[in-house]
Design a protein around this ligand. Structure first.
Ligand code: NAD
Length: 430
């Protein structure tokens, strides 16, 4: 027997907020979405999707009737008890999480005995306790708080929402936690119901562990280059061990994006602020920064000085299937190349608009892979977009003035590249 679904509010309609809203609408809830970005809300009301996320436009369209968009909190407060918070928590210059958007939401809440904030934003351990204290100081002690961290991956966010590995609910064992559990129940996902600090830590520890796995395999790749082993084979052999698993054992030119760099750094800072030096994470961050720069050494090995050389970057987004450019390796690479005197051309199938805002000035944007490689001394594959593996490398060779392809994601078949008359240099493989 189907029961009527509870309406909810979602505050912040970015990658997490919009996917969460569309996902709960798909499960049958009316969702009252709020954002301070009036332009974004106007676009959403017109049926436009402001971000690139596979399947999201279709899900929003399908559930249009249940999705309501506004810049005002009042509708969400009137209609819903549970207010999911999905505002940004970017890093501050010190590496701590910037909680100003979260704090603005907390301050905007009225005194209430019937509402709860459900935190989807990634926040430091202790945030829930601080917010509960602030509610008390502001005379809003009736407001409940639930930690419900989000684990979706950009590029697969819709599928991740509808089929999560687990749902984590941290609460004070009250009605609000029960209501969040009930909302997620149709997904039939493993549930971890726990206290608030543990839920907050599960999110940070998960991202820190995945980042550690990436830095680990990147270091193994670097040692493979010195010793003649092939990291692709090594990763395959390691990944078949059930205790290790194949995921996140893909060597490359470092992790980026809006989550891993900031969450690893936030956990390291959090530990430091509590008097504990998290040595492992310090290394994970350092390895990642060095990994982004190793591409420069690979280019220099073949080309010598980069002064006046034209280098084409294929792919700019921090990974494939997203337009997200936050902390993308391409940003560091373009700046380093320009600092070494190289001229940089660049192409991305979906992230060009975002890249134009963030890339250093002087980068030449091209409308296709072949236009980007025109006259290039070397090509660097930065993002593993599927279309790059489909390129005709004889055509690429004909447009380049040099012959070097650096495959920063081990995404290409070395033999296919060589058959086109080009030199192939991957990460950790001959
Ligand atoms: N992007 C991911 O893959 C991902 C995955 C898991 C968790 N998270 C976490 O989720 C949170 C949101 O990330 P995101 O990538 O969706 O961010 P985002 O920048 O895409 O979206 C944040 C939205 O919040 C809005 N906003 C800011 N202040 C507001 C306020 N006071 N009231 C209403 N709206 C406000 C912004 O205008 C923006 O639209 C972050 O804490 C992030 O770490 C992100």
């Amino acid at each position: 027997m189907s029961r009527e679904r509870e309406p909810i509010g979602v505050i912040g309609t970015g990658y997490v907020g919009l996917v969460t809203a569309a996902g709960f609408a798909e499960l049958g809830s009316d969702v009252y979405c709020v954002d301070i970005d009036a332009d974004k809300i106007a676009r959403l009301e017109r049926g436009e999707i402001p971000i690139y996320e596979p399947g999201l436009a279709e899900l929003v369209e399908k559930n249009r009737r249940r999705l309501h968009f506004s810049t005002e909190l009042s509708d969400a407060l009137d209609q819903a008890r549970l207010l999911f918070v999905a505002v940004g928590t970017p890093p501050t210059y010190s590496g701590d999480a910037d909680l100003s958007a979260v704090n603005a939401v907390v301050s905007a809440m009225p005194p209430s005995d019937r509402h709860a904030l459900v935190m989807k934003s990634t926040v430091p351990v202790g945030t829930g306790a601080n917010i509960t204290r602030v509610f008390g100081e502001q005379g809003k002690e009736g407001f409940r708080y639930v930690s419900c961290p989000e684990f979706l991956k950009e590029g697969a966010a819709v599928a991740d929402f509808l089929n999560p590995d687990r749902v984590v609910v941290g609460d004070d064992s009250d009605w609000a936690g029960d209501a969040v559990v009930e909302l997620y129940s149709p997904l039939d996902a493993p549930l971890v119901r726990t206290d608030i600090p543990s839920a907050e830590m599960i999110k940070l520890a998960s991202n820190a562990f995945l980042a550690t796995k990436i830095s680990f395999i990147n270091e193994i790749a670097n040692v493979c280059e010195e010793t003649g082993a092939n990291v692709q084979e090594v990763a395959r052999g390691m990944g078949l061990d059930e205790r290790i698993g194949p995921q996140f054992l893909r060597p490359g030119i470092g992790f980026g994006g809006s989550c891993f760099p900031k969450d690893v750094s936030a956990l390291k800072q959090l530990a430091g602020n509590s008097g504990y030096h998290f040595q492992l994470l310090t290394s994970v961050i350092e390895v990642n920064e060095l990994q982004k720069r190793r591409v420069i050494q690979k280019l220099q090995k073949h080309l010598g000085s980069l002064v006046g050389k034209r280098i084409a970057l294929l792919g700019l987004a921090f990974k494939a299937n997203t337009d997200d450019m936050r902390e993308a390796s391409s940003l560091v690479l373009a700046a380093r190349l320009q600092a070494d005197g190289a001229r940089v051309s660049a192409y991305d199938p979906v992230a060009e608009d975002e890249a134009r805002e963030l890339m250093p000035s002087g980068v030449d944007f091209a409308g296709s892979s072949l236009d980007a490689v025109d006259g290039a001394d070397a090509v660097v594959l930065v993002t593993e977009w599927p279309e790059f593996a489909e390129l005709d490398f004889a055509d690429v060779a004909a447009r380049m003035s040099g012959t070097l392809v650096v495959d920063g994601r081990n995404h290409l078949d070395p033999e296919t590249v060589r058959a086109g008359g080009l030199k192939y240099e991957g990460i950790g493989r001959r």
